[in-house]
Ligand binder design. Structure first.
Ligand SMILES: Cc1cc2nc3c(=O)[nH]c(=O)nc-3n(C[C@H](O)[C@H](O)[C@H](O)COP(=O)(O)O)c2cc1C
Length: 306
C-alpha cells in the first residue's frame, strides 16, 4: 500500500487529485459515474455574488488537442450555492474548495466573508484569471499590484485557506505568484486557460460568439508544466498544477515539477471517470516505482548541473 495523502495549505487530501473548477459543476452530473469521496478534493464551478447567465452561445469549440471555452462564469450565485450545493457535496466527506470571482477586490472580500465558517467548505480558490468576463476576471491576474489587492481583501475577511488561481496570459507568472504569496495566499493554483480563438472556414465566422476564449486540455500541458516548475521554485507555498492532465503520468510530471496536488479539468468532458483513473494510475505508478509515499515525488525533477 502506498500513501497517497498530501497536505495542501492545512487541508488534508487523501490523494493529490482534485477536479478543476468549471469542469465538474457542483458534482451532480458526476455522482452517477463514481463515488465522489474517491477524489482528493472537489473544486466547484466559479461563483459570484449575484447569479450569472454567462456568455451567449456558441461558447465551446473543439480544437485539435484542446477545448476553447467562453462560458463566462455562468453560476447560480453564492447564496444558492451555500444553501443547495455545499450541504449536498459535504455529504460525501470530501474537502470542498469554492472558486470565487468578483468585479472588484471588495466583491472578492464579500464572497470570502460569506463563505467563512460555512460547514463543508475547506478552502477558497480565488480566481484572478478568468479570461471570459469583461469586467475584472483575468485583468486582476495580470498585474501584481491588483492581484495583491484582491488577495488582501479576501484575506482580511476569512480564516479559510486561500488558493490563488493564476493566469498563464502574462509575460512573467513568477512576479504574480510572488505578489500573491506576499499578500497572504496560502497556495497558488495554475494554470487557468490560455487565450485563443478558432475560425469556421465554411461560414468564415469565429467558432465562439465572443470570438476569443480560453484554451485548455492536452494542448496547454507543456506551457502549464513549465509555469508550475517556475513558480514552485520561486515561492514557499504549495502549488496546485493543472492544464491538460488526462493520465496518471501527466499528474506525475506536474508533481515532479513541484506541484503538491493536481487537478483534472477538460479530461472529464471526454471521460467522466478521468480523475478517478488518474488516482488509480498514480497509485499503480508509485507501486511500480517502489515509492511508498507520493510526497517523495513532489519537486523530484532531476536536472543535470553544468
Ligand atoms: C468549460 C470550462 C469552464 C471553466 N470554468 C472555470 C471557472 O469557473 N473558474 C476557474 O478558475 N477556472 C475555470 N476553468 C479553467 C479550468 O479550471 C482549468 O484551469 C483549465 O481548464 C486547465 O485545465 P485542463 O486543461 O485540465 O482543462 C474552466 C475551464 C473550462 C474548460
Amino acid at each position: 500500500m502506498v500513501n497517497l495523502a498530501v497536505d495542501l495549505a492545512g487541508v488534508r487530501l487523501k490523494n493529490p487529485v482534485m477536479t478543476a473548477s468549471g469542469c465538474f459543476g457542483f458534482g451532480r452530473e458526476y455522482c452517477d459515474f463514481y463515488d465522489l469521496s474517491l477524489l482528493g478534493a472537489v473544486v466547484v464551478k466559479g461563483i459570484t455574488l449575484q447569479p450569472r447567465l454567462g456568455n451567449p452561445p456558441p461558447r465551446i469549440a473543439e480544437t485539435p488537442a484542446g477545448l476553447l471555452n467562453s462560458v463566462g462564469l455562468q453560476n447560480p450565485g453564492v447564496d444558492y450555492v451555500i444553501r443547495e450545493e455545499i450541504p449536498w457535496l459535504a455529504n460525501f466527506g470530501v474537502p470542498v474548495i469554492v472558486n470565487i470571482n468578483g468585479h472588484s477586490s471588495e466583491e472578492f472580500g464579500e464572497l470570502a466573508a460569506r463563505l467563512d465558517g460555512v460547514p463543508g467548505v475547506a478552502a477558497l480558490e480565488v480566481n484572478i484569471s478568468c479570461p471570459n468576463v469583461k469586467e475584472g476576471g483575468m485583468f486582476f491576474g495580470t498585474d501584481p499590484a491588483m492581484a495583491s489587492e484582491v488577495v488582501k481583501s479576501a484575506r482580511k475577511r476569512t480564516r479559510l485557506p486561500l488558493i490563488v488561481k493564476l493566469s498563464p496570459n502574462v509575460t512573467d507568472i513568477v512576479l504574480i505568484a510572488r505578489a500573491v504569496e506576499e499578500a497572504g495566499a496560502d497556495a497558488v493554483s495554475l494554470i487557468n486557460t490560455l487565450l485563443g480563438m478558432a475560425i469556421d472556414t465554411r461560414t468564415r465566422r469565429p467558432a465562439l460568439a465572443s470570438v476569443v476564449g480560453g484554451l485548455s486540455g492536452p494542448a496547454v500541458k507543456p506551457v502549464a508544466l513549465r509555469m508550475v516548475w517556475q513558480v514552485s521554485r520561486a515561492v514557499n507555498i504549495p502549488v496546485v498544477g493543472m492544464g491538460g492532465i488526462v493520465r496518471a503520468e501527466d499528474a506525475v510530471e506536474f508533481m515532479l515539477a513541484g506541484a503538491t496536488a493536481v487537478a483534472v479539468g477538460s479530461g472529464a468532458f471526454y471521460d467522466p471517470l478521468c480523475a478517478v483513473k488518474v488516482i488509480e494510475g498514480l497509485e499503480r505508478w508509485l507501486e511500480k516505482e517502489k515509492i511508498a509515499d507520493v510526497q517523495e515525488i513532489i519537486g523530484g525533477l532531476r536536472i543535470e548541473e553544468g
